[in-house]
Design a protein around this ligand. Sequence first.
Ligand SMILES: *Cc1c(COP(=O)(O)O)cnc(C)c1O
Length: 424
Amino acid sequence: MSSTASAAYPLPSLSDGPAGLMLEEVPLATLAERFGTPTYVYSRAALTAAFRDWQAALAGRRSLVCYAVKANANLGVLSVFAQLGAGFDIVSGGELARVIAAGGRADRVVFSGVGKSRAEMRQALAAGIRCFNVESAPELERLNEVAGELGQRAPIALRVNPDVDPKTHPYISTGLKSNKFGVAFGEALELYRRAATLPHLRISGIACHIGSQLLDPAPVAEAAAKVLGLVDQLSAEGIVLDHIDLGGGLGIRYRDETPPSVAAYLAPLLAAFGDRREEICFEPGRSLVGNAGLLLTRVEYLKHGEEKNFAIVDAAMNDLARPALYDAYHEAVAVCRSDAPRQRYEIVGPICESGDFLAHDRELALRDGDLVALLSAGAYGMTMSSNYNTRPRAAEVMVDGGQVHLVRERETVEALYAGEHLLP
Ligand SMILES: *Cc1c(COP(=O)(O)O)cnc(C)c1O
């Protein structure tokens, strides 16, 4: 494999330079010097390119791409998408506050999630969001009540559960009958009829989201066909929808996966959609940010055991939970060339859990103090981080050409217990 081809890396703006790995025009080693480690590093060019892929594939259609904030909620990241005209898919009042703080437009926000509180409903109504994606009958009743108290009509879509198997990891599949998300497909018609009678709701659309890290467009196309059938049935009853939201879920390359391009993923959906009049919406998260970010970490110790070699690094499962949680694979790359012998390492963190690993059995040339980049960490990395073991969360940095922006300061230990109190 060529060591200079940037296509070797799933992150398109990463390349090998004279000072080791570079993201856009900035050596990662410089970032580690300046900001310390562990640090999440994002590429504005990669975020922009990923968003433009969606825009281009939908060009000429009435459409909206709502970035799924839970994949990466950093204000710097959100502001990049806001400037590109994105909508946002949120799952909490906290995410709504972030979108607004980042300059996102409330009237392009859709609100998903099975457990919306009254306070979150009030917050979203006051902000004037575009649509509530309602996930149950009691949520529909509650939203009608809350909107009535505010003298408003809440725009709604029902999130239906089309019961198709997305053929992905069981923890990230959401469109099967057996899971907690959405309204059962067979109950949707009845629930729309009910919604049509509620005075403080305005029926706007329909939504579905069948799972994540999808590598095959077929299950989504199957779900879309079911949804379009339902839309036509509703229309025959005089319940006319204005938008159809087909969710997120497009997968990315972590290792050797070959996800479809955005255009190839959308092709069967757009073909099924034809020249329908409804607006078509999507809620991509991972495919917009996953391969626009990496986690930069430094080797604390190399420990050569009887059976295994360990590279103990300063990032851990609290920083990047996916390997411990899903046994997920992240490419691990040495940032600088080294004359150290190549050996197979377990890349592990300092946390007191055997599950605290970041990568298994990787051949790397490393010495103490070397930097390692864990790739494809832009999605569900920082947003799933915790303070386990009283570890302050990592800094986050955005590279933009030759410029570098600190988009989140490293947490301090004092800040972690600032809200705690001693007993008298
Ligand atoms: C998580 C989620 C998304 C984004 O999923 P990705 O796989 O990251 O694209 C979109 N919509 C809903 C409702 C979600 O829960």
